[in-house]
Design a protein around this ligand. Structure first.
Ligand SMILES: C[S@@+](CC[C@H](N)C(=O)[O-])C[C@H]1O[C@@H](n2cnc3c(N)ncnc32)[C@H](O)[C@@H]1O
Length: 195
Protein backbone atom coordinates (compact mmCIF):
# COMPACT_ATOMS: atom_id res chain seq x y z
CA UNK A 1 0.00 0.00 0.00
CA UNK A 2 1.38 3.40 -0.95
CA UNK A 3 1.84 5.85 1.89
CA UNK A 4 0.14 9.21 2.24
CA UNK A 5 2.06 11.92 0.34
CA UNK A 6 2.37 14.15 3.40
CA UNK A 7 2.16 11.48 6.08
CA UNK A 8 -1.23 12.76 7.23
CA UNK A 9 -3.73 12.88 4.38
CA UNK A 10 -4.83 9.47 3.04
CA UNK A 11 -3.10 8.40 -0.17
CA UNK A 12 -5.35 7.80 -3.16
CA UNK A 13 -5.23 4.07 -2.50
CA UNK A 14 -6.04 4.48 1.18
CA UNK A 15 -8.91 6.85 0.38
CA UNK A 16 -10.25 4.42 -2.23
CA UNK A 17 -10.16 1.50 0.17
CA UNK A 18 -11.86 3.62 2.82
CA UNK A 19 -14.78 4.33 0.49
CA UNK A 20 -15.05 0.71 -0.63
CA UNK A 21 -14.99 -0.47 2.98
CA UNK A 22 -18.02 1.72 3.70
CA UNK A 23 -20.05 0.16 0.90
CA UNK A 24 -19.11 -3.52 0.58
CA UNK A 25 -20.59 -6.01 3.02
CA UNK A 26 -20.20 -9.69 3.75
CA UNK A 27 -21.76 -11.90 1.01
CA UNK A 28 -21.77 -9.09 -1.55
CA UNK A 29 -20.83 -9.52 -5.21
CA UNK A 30 -18.10 -7.22 -6.55
CA UNK A 31 -15.80 -6.81 -9.56
CA UNK A 32 -12.07 -6.16 -9.68
CA UNK A 33 -11.72 -4.95 -13.27
CA UNK A 34 -7.89 -4.96 -13.17
CA UNK A 35 -6.57 -7.74 -10.93
CA UNK A 36 -2.87 -6.89 -11.46
CA UNK A 37 -0.85 -8.17 -8.51
CA UNK A 38 -4.00 -8.98 -6.58
CA UNK A 39 -3.85 -6.41 -3.79
CA UNK A 40 -7.33 -5.08 -4.53
CA UNK A 41 -8.72 -8.55 -5.28
CA UNK A 42 -7.55 -9.76 -1.88
CA UNK A 43 -8.93 -6.63 -0.21
CA UNK A 44 -12.33 -7.23 -1.85
CA UNK A 45 -12.25 -10.95 -1.04
CA UNK A 46 -11.74 -10.07 2.61
CA UNK A 47 -14.73 -7.72 2.59
CA UNK A 48 -17.19 -10.07 0.89
CA UNK A 49 -15.99 -13.15 2.79
CA UNK A 50 -16.59 -16.79 1.87
CA UNK A 51 -20.29 -16.19 1.16
CA UNK A 52 -19.54 -13.44 -1.34
CA UNK A 53 -18.07 -13.36 -4.83
CA UNK A 54 -15.29 -11.35 -6.44
CA UNK A 55 -15.04 -11.45 -10.24
CA UNK A 56 -11.54 -10.43 -11.30
CA UNK A 57 -10.31 -9.60 -14.80
CA UNK A 58 -6.86 -9.18 -16.29
CA UNK A 59 -5.41 -9.60 -19.76
CA UNK A 60 -1.99 -10.75 -18.52
CA UNK A 61 -1.28 -14.31 -17.40
CA UNK A 62 1.44 -12.99 -15.07
CA UNK A 63 -1.07 -10.77 -13.31
CA UNK A 64 -3.51 -13.61 -12.79
CA UNK A 65 -0.75 -15.88 -11.47
CA UNK A 66 0.34 -13.17 -9.03
CA UNK A 67 -3.24 -12.63 -7.94
CA UNK A 68 -4.00 -16.34 -7.53
CA UNK A 69 -0.82 -16.83 -5.49
CA UNK A 70 -1.67 -13.91 -3.22
CA UNK A 71 -5.21 -15.22 -2.68
CA UNK A 72 -3.94 -18.70 -1.88
CA UNK A 73 -1.41 -17.36 0.60
CA UNK A 74 -4.28 -15.74 2.46
CA UNK A 75 -6.77 -18.57 2.03
CA UNK A 76 -9.13 -16.31 0.09
CA UNK A 77 -9.30 -18.04 -3.29
CA UNK A 78 -12.67 -19.69 -2.65
CA UNK A 79 -14.73 -16.52 -3.09
CA UNK A 80 -12.86 -15.30 -6.19
CA UNK A 81 -13.41 -16.11 -9.86
CA UNK A 82 -10.59 -14.91 -12.12
CA UNK A 83 -11.07 -14.32 -15.85
CA UNK A 84 -8.07 -14.24 -18.16
CA UNK A 85 -9.83 -11.64 -20.27
CA UNK A 86 -10.21 -7.94 -20.70
CA UNK A 87 -12.75 -6.21 -18.52
CA UNK A 88 -14.47 -5.11 -21.72
CA UNK A 89 -15.79 -8.68 -21.85
CA UNK A 90 -17.54 -8.28 -18.49
CA UNK A 91 -20.97 -8.08 -20.09
CA UNK A 92 -20.40 -11.48 -21.72
CA UNK A 93 -18.43 -13.21 -18.94
CA UNK A 94 -20.24 -12.23 -15.77
CA UNK A 95 -22.67 -15.07 -15.06
CA UNK A 96 -26.25 -14.57 -16.12
CA UNK A 97 -28.22 -13.10 -13.28
CA UNK A 98 -25.31 -11.06 -11.90
CA UNK A 99 -26.88 -7.93 -10.47
CA UNK A 100 -26.88 -5.86 -7.33
CA UNK A 101 -23.12 -5.40 -7.57
CA UNK A 102 -21.83 -3.56 -4.52
CA UNK A 103 -18.65 -2.33 -6.16
CA UNK A 104 -16.41 -2.39 -9.21
CA UNK A 105 -12.79 -1.31 -8.81
CA UNK A 106 -10.71 -0.09 -11.75
CA UNK A 107 -7.04 0.44 -10.97
CA UNK A 108 -5.90 1.54 -14.41
CA UNK A 109 -2.49 1.67 -16.08
CA UNK A 110 0.18 -1.04 -16.15
CA UNK A 111 1.13 -4.01 -14.01
CA UNK A 112 3.60 -2.79 -11.38
CA UNK A 113 6.90 -4.58 -11.89
CA UNK A 114 6.21 -5.21 -15.59
CA UNK A 115 7.74 -3.56 -18.65
CA UNK A 116 4.66 -1.28 -18.98
CA UNK A 117 3.90 -2.59 -22.47
CA UNK A 118 0.36 -3.63 -21.57
CA UNK A 119 -1.79 -0.78 -20.30
CA UNK A 120 -5.47 -0.09 -19.99
CA UNK A 121 -7.03 2.17 -22.60
CA UNK A 122 -10.15 4.33 -22.68
CA UNK A 123 -11.68 2.17 -25.41
CA UNK A 124 -11.82 -0.94 -23.21
CA UNK A 125 -12.36 0.95 -19.96
CA UNK A 126 -15.45 2.57 -21.45
CA UNK A 127 -16.84 -0.79 -22.60
CA UNK A 128 -16.30 -2.20 -19.11
CA UNK A 129 -17.92 0.78 -17.42
CA UNK A 130 -20.95 0.53 -19.69
CA UNK A 131 -21.22 -3.18 -18.82
CA UNK A 132 -20.92 -2.96 -15.03
CA UNK A 133 -22.55 0.37 -14.19
CA UNK A 134 -26.10 -0.87 -14.91
CA UNK A 135 -25.44 -3.88 -12.65
CA UNK A 136 -24.67 -1.77 -9.58
CA UNK A 137 -27.22 -1.67 -6.81
CA UNK A 138 -28.39 1.66 -5.41
CA UNK A 139 -25.59 2.92 -3.20
CA UNK A 140 -23.09 0.81 -5.15
CA UNK A 141 -19.70 2.22 -6.03
CA UNK A 142 -17.33 2.29 -9.00
CA UNK A 143 -13.78 3.41 -8.22
CA UNK A 144 -11.38 4.50 -10.95
CA UNK A 145 -7.74 5.09 -10.04
CA UNK A 146 -6.25 7.10 -12.90
CA UNK A 147 -2.53 7.50 -13.60
CA UNK A 148 -0.77 9.93 -15.91
CA UNK A 149 2.88 8.93 -15.56
CA UNK A 150 2.98 6.39 -18.42
CA UNK A 151 2.44 6.64 -22.18
CA UNK A 152 -1.27 6.99 -22.88
CA UNK A 153 -2.15 7.56 -19.22
CA UNK A 154 -3.06 11.24 -19.53
CA UNK A 155 -5.31 10.62 -22.55
CA UNK A 156 -7.09 7.78 -20.79
CA UNK A 157 -7.47 9.81 -17.60
CA UNK A 158 -8.94 12.75 -19.54
CA UNK A 159 -11.44 10.54 -21.35
CA UNK A 160 -12.53 8.80 -18.14
CA UNK A 161 -12.85 12.18 -16.46
CA UNK A 162 -15.07 13.55 -19.24
CA UNK A 163 -17.27 10.45 -19.25
CA UNK A 164 -17.77 10.63 -15.49
CA UNK A 165 -18.30 14.40 -15.41
CA UNK A 166 -21.15 13.99 -17.91
CA UNK A 167 -23.08 11.47 -15.79
CA UNK A 168 -26.45 12.83 -14.70
CA UNK A 169 -26.70 14.07 -11.11
CA UNK A 170 -30.07 12.36 -11.06
CA UNK A 171 -28.59 8.89 -10.91
CA UNK A 172 -24.93 9.33 -9.99
CA UNK A 173 -22.70 11.16 -7.56
CA UNK A 174 -19.16 11.54 -8.86
CA UNK A 175 -16.40 12.28 -6.40
CA UNK A 176 -12.85 13.30 -7.35
CA UNK A 177 -9.90 12.97 -4.98
CA UNK A 178 -6.38 14.01 -5.89
CA UNK A 179 -3.45 16.21 -4.94
CA UNK A 180 -3.64 19.37 -7.05
CA UNK A 181 -0.05 20.44 -6.56
CA UNK A 182 1.61 17.08 -7.25
CA UNK A 183 4.04 17.95 -10.02
CA UNK A 184 4.85 14.60 -11.58
CA UNK A 185 2.84 11.45 -12.25
CA UNK A 186 -0.47 12.93 -11.16
CA UNK A 187 -2.99 10.36 -9.93
CA UNK A 188 -6.71 10.80 -9.40
CA UNK A 189 -9.50 8.81 -7.85
CA UNK A 190 -12.93 9.12 -9.42
CA UNK A 191 -15.65 7.39 -7.41
CA UNK A 192 -19.13 6.95 -8.89
CA UNK A 193 -21.94 6.24 -6.48
CA UNK A 194 -25.22 5.02 -7.93
CA UNK A 195 -28.26 6.75 -6.46
C1 LIG B 1 -2.37 -0.91 -12.00
S1 LIG B 1 -2.52 -2.61 -12.45
C2 LIG B 1 -3.77 -3.18 -11.33
C3 LIG B 1 -3.29 -3.29 -9.91
C4 LIG B 1 -4.17 -4.20 -9.06
N1 LIG B 1 -5.50 -3.66 -8.86
C5 LIG B 1 -3.54 -4.57 -7.75
O1 LIG B 1 -4.14 -4.36 -6.69
O2 LIG B 1 -2.42 -5.10 -7.76
C6 LIG B 1 -3.41 -2.54 -13.99
C7 LIG B 1 -3.69 -3.92 -14.58
O3 LIG B 1 -4.63 -3.75 -15.64
C8 LIG B 1 -4.42 -4.80 -16.54
N2 LIG B 1 -5.14 -4.55 -17.80
C9 LIG B 1 -4.73 -3.89 -18.92
N3 LIG B 1 -5.72 -3.88 -19.84
C10 LIG B 1 -6.77 -4.56 -19.29
C11 LIG B 1 -8.07 -4.90 -19.75
N4 LIG B 1 -8.52 -4.52 -20.95
N5 LIG B 1 -8.86 -5.62 -18.93
C12 LIG B 1 -8.44 -6.01 -17.70
N6 LIG B 1 -7.20 -5.72 -17.21
C13 LIG B 1 -6.38 -5.00 -18.00
C14 LIG B 1 -2.91 -4.88 -16.65
O4 LIG B 1 -2.52 -6.13 -17.16
C15 LIG B 1 -2.51 -4.63 -15.19
O5 LIG B 1 -2.28 -5.85 -14.54
Amino acid sequence: MSRAPDGGIPSILEFTHGLVRQVVRSADTVVDATAGNGHDTLFLAGLVGPQGRVYGFDVQAQALENTARRLQRHGAERQVTLFHAGHEAAGRLLPAGTENLACAMFNLGYLPGSDKQVVTTWHTTEAALRAVMPLLRAGGLVTLHLYTGHAGGSAEAAAVHDFCAALPWDGWRVLRYDFLNKEKNRETLLALCRQ
